[in-house]
Design a protein around this ligand. Sequence first.
Ligand SMILES: [Zn+2]
Length: 234
Amino acid sequence: MSYCVNCGVELEASLKKCPLCHTPVVNPLQSNTEFPPSPYPTDKGQVEVVKRKDLGILLSVVLSATSITCFLLNLLVFDASLWSLTVIGCCICLFVFTFPAIFYSKTPIYVSLLADGVSVAVYLFLISFLTSSTTWFWQLGLPIVVMLTVCAEVFPLLSRFFPLTILPCSLCIFVEIPAFCVSLELLIKHLLNRPYRITWSAVVLTVCVIIDFALITILAKKRLRNEVRRRLHF
Ligand SMILES: [Zn+2]
């Protein structure tokens, strides 16, 4: 048994230096070449990396099996309502959301965002069959999905023309929020047959307009812009 000459820790016979203080282990009775072979493996054990294609096949099989079995269960056993449509819609959404990440990473961002919006709209449409009326889908659900998709599509579209740093992105977000809120309130009023008059969204609009003016001023004045960048570290 040997011990480190520096810190005194007990050393394994194969070690060439102390694991604690890294002092080289020198055995005066042995020549440098006579170290016993290290008992620890030198290569890291590694399993073969999973390919995207395999992952895609697994995901497709699981989602398809879930949809089909739930549909059959709905059809043959629990047939009081079309509950399986919610499961099928969920599987469609999951498949579409994960498609760019697993199957085809070169999907343009516009296309994948559009596909996401369409899949959510399909999901809501399927759910609408479980409710007494589909009016809510056509007058509220679908317009909300369309608005959110358009809001999301604006970012990749703008980034083609100029670099979207934090300030222009914030400005874009604070323009979209009030537009979305005002449209949402008007849609709700339309659905409920109430007069078209904005209330809560007017508050959101006011706050966002103030923020927008501040952001436009900062963007227009180079010194202000640089100061904000310096203070916020971006
Ligand atoms: Zn030591």
